[in-house]
Design a protein around this ligand. Sequence first.
Ligand code: NAP
Length: 251
Amino acid sequence: MDLSGKSYLITGASRGIGKAIAEALAAAGGKVALTARSTDALNAVAASIQANGGTALALAADAVDADAMADVLSQTVSTFGGLDGLVNNAGMIDPIARMEAADAADWAHIFNINLVSPVVLTRMALPHLRASKGALVNISSGAAHRPLEGWSAYCATKAALWMATQALHLEEGEAIDVYGASPGTVDTEMQVQIRASGVNPISQIPRENLAPPALPAAGVAWLLAARPEDLRGQDVNVRDAAFLQRAGIQQ
Ligand code: NAP
């Protein structure tokens, strides 16, 4: 995989799956801009990528702050000379609660983070992605397709993001390559929160059965490098055995 000269913006890159995607893209020679709220964590990820010979830019911002995200995008494009790929990865799980107990403001907030923010960033990034004939990956979830008790808000956001991914592919598929990518259950802070809740079968999965973030990250990096035509507009299960074999990824 050679991504030399290509530039990527990854949201939610301060930890977990987003951090691993940034590391995978940088290891293949891509220039990566990392964004999330946690300045120290972002700087540490960028420093580690640079220490390994990669090119990384840490740009702290809250995903719901459209002006700050516009600035993140503009700094990415001006520093790297364009944008070849956007990974909308930042996400949250709360409120974990039965629908009758969940607060309306919490529902609105998770929709802002998991749906509206990636859509707003996508809209801003489109001119740059069209110019580079670039690619976009929205990080999806099995929860987009499977209702889970206590996760009505999360499942609804991921189903909505998946619909937005498909609509974007219809609208922009001639100009850019659009993918959804489902990472499976992965050993991150989000799963710590899920285990602590004790709600629904996902919280009962032992930590040792969760995948390391590097595994789905390798799949996302492959999508951005190989740009498979048959998977455009699909919600790609990057943990599927046939996919892993095709991408040459060892489990
Ligand atoms: P995580 O460890 O909790 O990381 C979430 C990332 O999103 C962090 O970098 C966080 O950074 C960022 N983020 C959250 N709120 C933000 C905000 N308001 N503004 C900017 N950045 C924000 O979760 P993860 O497991 O890596 O999840 C990454 C993606 O994978 C999510 O979309 C999630 O839904 C999806 N996913 C995860 C799993 C799993 O098993 N882990 C399964 C299916 C799908 P800051 O806190 O520094 O802002």
